[in-house]
Design a protein around this ligand. Structure first.
Ligand SMILES: Nc1ncnc2c1ncn2[C@@H]1O[C@H](COP(=O)(O)OP(=O)(O)OP(=O)(O)O)[C@@H](O)[C@H]1O
Length: 560
């Protein structure tokens, strides 16, 4: 049973979107929330489900019920995978630890069957129709047979027959004991519900009771008439008060008052006991899968998504190849040859290799989280841990970056743009470049977790790259920078990668004793840039990686 007690909500700007809403939902009831567009239905549903706790009042579950099922209006399924596979991953993440594979398959088949999607099981989710995708979202939530189920406009976009089928399914679930609350704009849905909550235009509760009682109360013949009655009371017929700062339309307030006076099941007198769980609180119930298993499953799903997304994969693999080709065309061979070195070219080669490692890491990470925020939000509500989620992304992308970095070094060395040294030199060089990419990947993930959509992430790209060019100490050596620039340069992960690369490839020696007269003056301007042990640079790069990853986990946890 769910008790809604004096719930109010406000927007960020302080405008009230819900006002003092109180009613209760009995166990196994199917309840519809209706009301005009913008009246606060979604806001109320989010408060009930614990997605966004109310600013005022309280929502209490009188018995522990495990994580609620919540189907928002957004798609909460990845578009790139076939439907059955999507459901299998979802079941693996949500069903209790130790659930055998056959039971997972049975749960998936049952959910597909219940939503008449068996025939679409092999189809990519992105190619399903809007209504089929809606049902797929519901199927994901049905897998765990939640005790409480919240659905935001589940019948929108469905044809009348499919909508009626879905309502039949929901009624069946309710009869079997699931408590279900849904919002709807679809009048036929209301007749199949046990209760209807009607919201007035200003977010108050105008009525709560059976659908028949609602018709009677509003003097309506059909559910559409209820909307008309509510709309008749818009501020347009206010008697000369003009502004929007009053108490709202008189007749509308009247509906609320009449309801408050007569509502049979308002939770007024018998308030629930003090230790009732709040909405969204996770109850004891079955044990969730462990963090390591969760990480492994998420990594498998990320890899699956990546390998099926051919275009993205082509861009991820193709852009390093193009950049490599540009390097080969830009730089002459032999810049590192002691007999005829080109000191200024060596600086540029080192800088651009480090920047390449940085750039690919950053761009690989930047779109990872913001593109699946609705899915992530929903899965977090079902108990997904933020740590395994973020580390799974890293586990899939770091090997890909390692391949890109190794290829970049191997090709430049083969083309004589880098010195012909052995593993003793290139082992540490590769280690530096991989750490540089990993730190940038972690920065990309952090930004991806912090923005609200992919276009913001894309716009952040120049802002993230510019300082890593300007303050790295390659184009302008650190000793020649203004004091604030020098301080800022310490915060650039790329600086430490650039310096470690120079140290490993022996530029100090090359400049000091190579055949170019430009070497010694250049060395003087770079000062001790390349004299630090590589291990110190690695520690800094590792520190940046850990810091950004921890930041990403925190931001993911907070935002979801
Ligand atoms: N993040 C937000 N920031 C500011 N205002 C918001 C936000 N979310 C909702 N609102 C406002 O709160 C009010 C209620 O919104 P809500 O989405 O709950 O309405 P609704 O009844 O579900 O509408 P619809 O039927 O159109 O989906 C609206 O006036 C909306 O503009």
């Amino acid at each position: 049973m769910i008790e809604v007690i004096g719930v109010g909500q406000r927007t960020g700007g302080g405008r009230r979107t819900l006002r003092d809403v109180s009613f209760s939902v009995g166990a196994g009831q199917l309840v519809a929330i209706i009301g005009g567009s913008g009246s606060g239905k979604t806001t109320l549903l989010e408060a009930l489900a614990g997605v966004r706790p109310p600013a005022e009042g309280e929502v209490r579950y009188t018995t522990p019920c495990g994580p609620p099922g919540y189907v928002p209006q957004d798609d909460i399924v990845h578009m790139g995978l076939p439907l059955r596979r999507t459901l299998r991953y979802a079941a693996g993440l949500r069903l209790p630890a130790g659930t055998p594979a056959e039971r997972i398959d049975r749960a998936v088949d049952a959910a597909l069957d219940a939503l008449a999607l068996t025939g679409r099981a092999g189809q990519r989710v992105g190619s399903l129709s809007g209504g089929e995708r809606k049902r797929a979202s519901i199927a994901v939530e049905l897998l765990t047979r939640p005790g409480v189920f919240f659905l935001d406009e589940p019948t929108s976009g469905l044809d009348p027959v499919t909508a009626a089928d879905l309502m039949r399914l929901l009624r069946g679930l309710a009869r079997a004991g699931t408590t279900i609350v849904m919002t709807t704009h679809h009048p036929p849905d209301v007749h199949g519900c046990d209760r209807v909550a009607v919201l007035s235009e200003d977010g108050g509760l105008a009525f709560h009771g059976t659908p028949d009682a609602a018709l009677e109360r509003f003097g309506a013949r059909t559910v559409e008439d209820i909307y008309l009655r509510l709309a008749e009371t818009t501020p347009a017929d206010g008697n000369g008060t003009g502004g929007g700062d009053g108490d709202g339309p008189a007749a509308e307030a009247d509906w609320e008052r009449r309801f408050a006076e007569s509502a049979p099941d308002a939770p007024d007198g018998n308030a629930p006991t003090g230790d009732a769980p709040r909405a969204g609180a996770r109850a004891g119930g079955a044990r969730r899968i462990g963090a390591v298993r969760e990480w492994a499953l998420l990594a498998r799903r990320d890899l699956d998504l990546l390998t099926r997304d051919r275009l993205t994969l082509a861009i991820l693999a193709g852009s390093p190849l193009m950049v490599l080709a540009m390097f080969a065309v830009l730089f002459r061979p032999g810049a590192f040859s002691p007999a005829s070195p080109s000191p200024s070219a060596t600086v540029m080669i080192l800088f651009w290799i480090a920047f390449g490692g940085f750039f690919f890491g950053l761009t690989y990470g930047l779109l990872q989280i913001c593109t699946e925020l609705p899915v992530l939000r929903r899965e977090r509500l079902a108990g997904l841990r933020a740590g395994p989620y973020v580390l799974a992304k890293a586990a899939v992308l770091v090997p890909l970056l390692a391949a890109v970095d190794a290829l970049m070094l191997a090709v430049l060395r083969a083309l004589d743009r880098l010195p012909g040294a052995g593993w003793g030199t290139y082992g540490p060089v590769f280690g530096t470049l991989l750490l540089c990419s990993a730190a940038a990947l972690a920065l990309g993930l952090l930004v991806s977790a912090a923005v609200t959509d992919p276009s913001q992430a894309t716009m952040a790209l120049p802002m993230l790259c510019f300082p890593q060019v300007l303050f790295v100490g390659a184009i302008l050596p650190v000793p020649l920078m203004a004091a604030p620039g020098r301080w800022l340069s310490a915060a650039m992960s790329n600086r430490w990668a650039f310096e470690a690369l120079g140290r490993s490839l022996g530029v100090e020696r090359l400049w000091a004793s190579g055949a170019s007269p430009l070497g010694p003056p250049l060395l003087a301007s770079y000062g001790g840039t390349f004299s630090r042990p590589v291990a110190a640079d690695w520690a800094l790069l590792g520190g940046f990686t850990a810091l950004f990853l921890a930041g990403t986990v925190l931001v993911v946890a907070r935002r979801t």
